[in-house]
Design a protein around this ligand. Structure first.
Ligand SMILES: [Zn+2]
Ligand SMILES: [Zn+2]
Length: 210
């Protein structure tokens, strides 16, 4: 499995390319902005994009769905609880401020524990509500992609529709802090002192989850 963290300038979002080295296919997690640069990166590394996975329905994670899907024909996957947000993107002020475009409908609605095959790579869906009702993390072999559920030294905001701090903290304790301590945490934004962390470090030092 190859992991490429791509930092997007707007909103300091992180997009991730998860590649299967044998089949040369990849998934893009939250390819929201700078879609030309993201596609060029996949191209340089020799990957065909087969899956677009949104960790949740906010437009700073979904705004690139249309462009990436049009360019690659990749399938779009999002948790069922956040899928309805995709159609609302155009009408949201938050989205317009971000320059977000409407998203195509999802091809696959995800549930907790679903497994997404990217060639021989397996990404397991962990439903972690709290930032949004349908927020997910994606787990594969020692790596966890946490979207806006868990950041390095912080957690996602819970004051937007569907948010709940109590639920978010429970999700992190039940679904993330039960993973092996050396699991690498790859967040959805570059908000921390470092661009990635580990489950052990967040469990021991993150002030929001003590
Ligand atoms: Zn968000
Ligand atoms: Zn975000």
């Amino acid at each position: 499995m190859q992991i490429k963290q791509i930092r997007l300038v707007k909103m300091a979002n992180f997009c991730y390319l998860i590649g299967d080295k044998d089949s040369k296919t990849c998934a893009l997690i939250d390819p929201a902005f700078e879609t030309d640069r993201i596609l060029a990166t996949a191209d340089e590394l020799g990957y065909a994009v087969t899956h677009i996975i949104n960790t949740h329905g906010h437009s700073d994670h979904t705004a690139g769905n249309d462009a990436i899907k049009a360019a690659t024909g990749a399938k779009l996957l999002i948790h069922a609880e956040d899928a309805r947000r995709l159609g609302k993107v155009l009408h949201s002020t938050f989205s317009r401020v971000l320059g977000g475009k409407g998203s195509p409908r999802a091809d696959v609605l995800l549930q907790n524990d679903d497994v997404i095959p990217i060639g021989a790579v397996r990404l397991r869906v962990l439903h972690t509500p709290g930032h949004t009702a349908g927020g997910i993390c994606l787990y594969s072999a020692g790596h966890l992609f946490t979207g806006d559920t868990l950041f390095v030294g912080a957690v996602g905001r819970t004051d937007l529709p569907g948010g709940s701090m109590k639920q978010l903290v429970s999700s992190i304790h039940d679904k993330i802090y039960t993973l092996p301590g050396d699991t690498v945490v790859w967040p959805g934004h570059d908000y921390g002192a470092t661009p990635s962390s580990t489950v052990r470090r967040e469990k021991g030092t993150n002030p929001f989850t003590r």
